[in-house]
Design a binder for this molecule. Structure first.
Ligand SMILES: *[C@@H]1O[C@H](CO)[C@@H](O)[C@H](O)[C@H]1NC(C)=O
Ligand SMILES: *[C@@H]1O[C@H](CO)[C@@H](O)[C@H](O)[C@H]1NC(C)=O
Ligand SMILES: *[C@@H]1O[C@H](CO)[C@@H](O)[C@H](O)[C@H]1NC(C)=O
Ligand SMILES: *[C@@H]1O[C@H](CO)[C@@H](O)[C@H](O)[C@H]1NC(C)=O
Ligand SMILES: *[C@@H]1O[C@H](CO)[C@@H](O)[C@H](O)[C@H]1NC(C)=O
Ligand SMILES: *[C@@H]1O[C@H](CO)[C@@H](O)[C@H](O)[C@H]1NC(C)=O
Ligand SMILES: *[C@@H]1O[C@H](CO)[C@@H](O)[C@H](O)[C@H]1NC(C)=O
Ligand SMILES: *[C@@H]1O[C@H](CO)[C@@H](O)[C@H](O)[C@H]1NC(C)=O
Ligand SMILES: *[C@@H]1O[C@H](CO)[C@@H](O)[C@H](O)[C@H]1NC(C)=O
Ligand SMILES: *[C@@H]1O[C@H](CO)[C@@H](O)[C@H](O)[C@H]1NC(C)=O
Ligand SMILES: *[C@@H]1O[C@H](CO)[C@@H](O)[C@H](O)[C@H]1NC(C)=O
Ligand SMILES: *[C@@H]1O[C@H](CO)[C@@H](O)[C@H](O)[C@H]1NC(C)=O
Length: 856
């Protein structure tokens, strides 16, 4: 949830009055040359709503109008313009979030406003302009905010001239606030601050400034707010000289690859109220002197390698509202006994630490190890305890904790057990995850405001309460891997229009699917695999026009092939293995095929007749799949909305886990049916094909030589059919082939030689009395030497080598290839869901949480 806190802290602008100036809009009258400069400035931009991304954006300059007829126009009354009361000069220009789109050059008329003291152009789109050197025309500038406005390049040295004092009226002034955050194309070094400067706020968060941070800011002893997070400052130890910035109240140096221990010099930064070094390489213990930071409201050391336990001195941090220590190596017994002093906590994230909590409460000593100090929390909004080692039951007092405020609760991936109350008490809940624990009894129902509810991988039993139908805001519901029974409630077809993810797999649901899917449905992924469902598929599923993945496998569905689903424009995965589907798969009406289907698993059913790929797959879906594109997904995203219960695929890269996915796969598994007749030749033209399993059918005739054209094929299983003739020598062209099985057919002749085919074991060929040649013991007659392929120019292709999947399977036996691919696709989609869902959560939480950031 890195992004969340960034968003919460999105730049905050505060103006305060400079010395000896007073302002008023109505009294003063603006100078002609200044109003024409402003109007010229306005002319250089187009108004473009997408240029401003923050809430409340509107085009302020639309109210700026030329003088007309006898009417005068007073620019001091224009939106965003501020004039000096006495002189009438424009001294403030606040055009943040004004939908301005266009370039800004040094010759811009803006720089004729030489009396400007405050300039705010944040949240517009300046089309990768450089920060203009004419900025030096503003010697009286005290506040400059160019955040989030698409500037690029290096910062001109003229900016540092702003740091020199200039005399204005009776006082010396110099810039005190520079914000250029979230301009990710700003590069190079920070401007030189040679002289000791009175700069108070420097915010370059989310730029690409590099170099030595300690050196760059060595003269900024007055800084109160410093945010250099997510920049590109040179990796190394956390710069201990930052400890000299005694006035700091806000310090964020996250995500710059700073490492080592938190320097002891920081012990002097006792005025800090916001202190963040997340997503770095911090090691060692959390310093106990932090307990002396009595102003501390927000501490974030998440995503580091800190060890040890949380210091007892934290019990003195009575102003603490946000504490993020997630994803570290914190362990041992946490001394929380005095932590009931921390009664202002709003957000607590201790997830993914091997923490072991203990309770002070001797009465419950034997059974309860839940962090006891939480009992006193009345204002918690987010409580994240997932991925720890919390054992025992959730204590009863939890059901009275922060009942009004809590919106996000994560206690997933622990060892919690026991029964939960039928209704959760948190009336404003948005996100609840109980996943991967040992809870039993009936499934609890959270508030109807809940957007995401994850209860998968527990031991919940019994029927779903009909009250679940009240959860009309749900985006994602995951109940898989429990022992829930009864019918799937009828309302599940239409109880929540926003619902995107409905995962009910591996339970004991019986009966038919709900019949009530409506065309308001946003369902993308629907998974009811591994239940005892039966009957026909509801034809109303054809209303779910967003459906991408439909997993019906391992039930007792009894129906014909759902050709009627060809009207689902987004369907990519259709898995219905291990059911009682039967009948022919005929030519579709109007010759319509599934427009985007790429993965079809209809194995272990009773289909019969011919299998004609053209009846199902559109050429569009199968054509020119770019196999070299990978999607790399950070596992942190996955564990958040985890579906790892069924399949986990990880690739270790250093010490982070990534999931690497081909952007496109095509898989056909029709094994273990009663398909007969010749093998469909047209399959060879399906370029994206990665895995093909036709085994255990009644297919006859020859293996089509066109299979040699499916050049991306890695898995080909034709075993246990009635195929005859020779193995086409074209198959030797399949250089990626990793699994190959033609055993138990009636094939004859020599096994073609080539780079791949001879590397498979005897098991791939056995049960074909007429086959001969390596690796079989039977030697071919010399008159009929095995056909030797001309040395094919197998160009270096890295995708074969990069295919290093380590997969863990929850014991589903055969069919792992499809399993892996399905899980994979699911994960790709999940990431999108995740981002969407988190986006929604963030927006909602921003409204709820009172945290504001700088200058609160
Ligand atoms: C609006 O701005 C976006 C960039 O934010 C740009 O891609 C788009 O072309 C602009 N539209 C117009 C009409 O200028
Ligand atoms: C002058 O301003 C008034 C009020 O804003 C408006 O009604 C009038 O049309 C304007 N006159 C001209 C000549 O634009
Ligand atoms: C943005 O910059 C590009 C490249 O410099 C230029 O072609 C385009 O016209 C600019 N757009 C605007 C609206 O200034
Ligand atoms: C300002 O400078 C830019 C680029 O240097 C140029 O394209 C533009 O014509 C100039 N505008 C004026 C009004 O001189
Ligand atoms: C800062 O000092 C460096 C060398 O010490 C010099 O090159 C540079 O011009 C100075 N910058 C300013 C703004 O004075
Ligand atoms: C980060 O800084 C280094 C030099 O310190 C530079 O080589 C690299 O390109 C920078 N990376 C980015 C993303 O700007
Ligand atoms: C804190 O500041 C004092 C006074 O400047 C200094 O003596 C002390 O060493 C500093 N503490 C740390 C831990 O740097
Ligand atoms: C906290 O501050 C007090 C007084 O300034 C000091 O004596 C004590 O050592 C500090 N505690 C820690 C843990 O640094
Ligand atoms: C909390 O602060 C008080 C007074 O400042 C101090 O006596 C006490 O030792 C501190 N507690 C811890 C656990 O550091
Ligand atoms: C509480 O539990 C701990 C360890 O589980 C044990 O050592 C201690 O005696 C228990 N205390 C009481 C009062 O039961
Ligand atoms: C295989 O592809 C080649 C070249 O694209 C084409 O000429 C040939 O007809 C194809 N063979 C089959 C059997 O489809
Ligand atoms: C195998 O093929 C041969 C001809 O190649 C045929 O005579 C024989 O009957 C076939 N066997 C089976 C079991 O189909």
């Amino acid at each position: 949830m890195m992004g969340l806190s960034h968003c919460l802290l999105l730049f905050f602008i505060f103006f305060f009055k400079g010395c000896n100036t007073s302002t008023a809009h109505e009294l003063s009258y603006c100078h002609d040359e200044e109003s024409s400069a402003l109007l010229q400035f306005k002319q250089t931009f187009t108004i473009n709503a997408s240029a401003s991304g923050l809430e409340g954006a509107y085009p302020k300059v639309l109210s700026w109008k030329q003088a007309q007829g006898g009417n005068n126009t007073n620019c001091c009354t224009w939106d965003g313009v501020e004039c000096d009361e006495h002189t009438g000069h424009v001294i403030g220009l606040d055009l943040r979030s004004s939908c301005l789109y266009g370039s800004i050059h040094s010759n811009s008329s803006l720089f004729r406003l030489v009396h400007l003291q405050r300039l705010n152009l944040a949240d517009n789109h300046f089309n990768y302009s450089q920060i203009p050197t004419s900025i030096r025309n503003f010697p009286r500038l005290t506040h400059l905010d160019l955040s989030r406005s698409v500037f690029s390049g290096r910062v001109p040295s003229e900016v540092s001239q702003l740091l020199e004092f200039s005399s204005y009226k009776t006082c010396k002034i110099s810039i005190s606030e520079i914000l250029v955050r979230d301009n990710q194309d700003l590069i190079g070094y920070l401007p030189e601050f040679n002289k000791s400067s009175p700069l108070i706020t420097l915010d370059v968060h989310g730029t690409r400034f590099s170099g030595n941070l300690a050196f760059s800011i060595r003269n900024l002893g007055s800084l109160k707010q410093l945010d250099v997070a997510a920049c590109n400052f040179s990796a190394g130890l956390v710069p201990s000289s930052l400890g000299n910035l005694r006035e700091l109240t806000y310090l964020d140096i996250s995500a710059n690859q700073f490492g080592g221990p938190v320097p002891d010099s920081f012990a002097n930064l006792t005025k800090l109220s916001v202190f963040r070094i997340s997503t770095s390489l911090l090691t060692g213990p959390i310093p106990s002197w932090l307990g002396n930071f009595s102003e501390l409201e927000y501490l974030d050391f998440g995503y580091n390698r800190l060890g040890g336990s949380i210091p007892a001195s934290f019990s003195n941090l009575t102003n603490l509202q946000i504490l993020y220590l997630q994803s570290n190596n914190l362990s041992g017994i946490v001394e929380f006994q005095k932590f009931q002093n921390l009664q202002n906590l709003k957000q607590l994230d201790l997830s993914n630490n091997p923490l072991e909590f203990f309770s002070e409460s001797t009465a419950m000593n034997a059974t309860m190890q839940f962090p006891y100090f939480l009992r006193y929390q009345k204002h918690l909004e987010r409580l994240m305890l997932g991925g720890n080692k919390i054992h025992g039951q959730v204590p009863k007092w939890m059901w009275n904790m922060s009942t009004e405020s809590l919106i996000q609760l994560d206690i997933s991936y622990n060892f919690l057990s026991g029964q939960l109350p039928v209704f959760f008490p948190w009336v404003n809940q948005l996100h609840l995850t109980l996943a991967s624990n040992m809870f039993h009894g009936p499934l609890p129902i959270p508030a109807s405001s809940t957007l995401v509810y994850e209860a998968h991988t527990n031991k919940f039993t019994g029927k779903l309460s009909p009250v679940i139908c009240n959860m009309s805001s749900l985006l994602a519901l995951e109940l898989s891997n429990n022992n829930l029974s009864g019918m799937i409630p009828q309302c599940f077809g239409n109880f929540s229009d926003p619902l995107k993810l409905l995962v009910l797999g591996n339970n004991s649901f019986h009966g038919t699917l709900p019949q009530t899917f409506t065309n308001k449905s946003n369902l993308r992924r629907f998974d009811v695999s591994f239940n005892q469902l039966q009957g026909q598929l509801p034809r109303s599923l054809a209303n779910c026009l967003m459906l991408e993945t439909l997993i019906l496998s391992n039930n007792y569905f009894n129906d014909v092939f759902p050709s009627w689903m060809v009207t689902l424009p987004e369907l990519k995965v259709l898995a219905m293995r291990h059911n009682a589907f039967q009948g022919l798969i005929g030519k579709p009406e109007n010759n319509q095929q599934f427009p985007k289907l790429r993965i079809l698993d209809i194995s272990y059913n009773n289909f019969s007749g011919k299998f004609v790929a053209e009846y199902i797959f559109s050429e569009y879906a199968m054509r020119s799949v770019n196999q070299s594109t990978y999607l790399t997904v950070d596992v942190n995203f996955i564990t958040y909305l985890s579906y790892a219960s069924t399949f986990t695929i990880t690739i270790k890269d250093g010490d982070r886990y990534y999931i690497r996915i081909y952007e496109a796969f095509a898989v056909i598994d029709i094994s273990s049916n009663k398909f007969e007749g010749k093998v469909d030749e047209s399959i060879g033209s399906l370029k994206g094909l990665w895995s093909l399993n036709f085994s255990n059918n009644l297919l006859s005739g020859r293996i089509p030589s066109s299979f040699g054209n499916s050049t991306n094929l890695e898995v080909l299983d034709l075993s246990n059919n009635k195929l005859s003739g020779e193995i086409p020598k074209q198959l030797a062209q399949l250089t990626f082939l990793a699994e190959f099985n033609v055993s138990h057919n009636n094939l004859t002749g020599p096994i073609p030689r080539g780079p791949q085919l001879n590397t498979f074991s005897i098991n791939s060929y056995k049960g074909n009395p007429g086959l001969c040649g390596d690796p079989l013991p039977k030697i071919c007659q010399s008159s009929k030497a095995p056909p030797q392929l001309p040395p094919s120019n197998t160009e270096e292709n890295d995708s074969g080598g990069e295919f290093e999947w380590a997969f863990v399977l929850a014991g589903y036996g055969s069919g792992f290839v499809v399993g892996v691919v399905l899980a994979d696709l699911a994960i790709t989609r999940r990431r999108e869901f995740f981002l969407e869902i988190v986006g929604t959560l963030i927006r909602l939480m921003e409204r709820i949480t009172s945290w504001k950031g700088f200058g609160r």
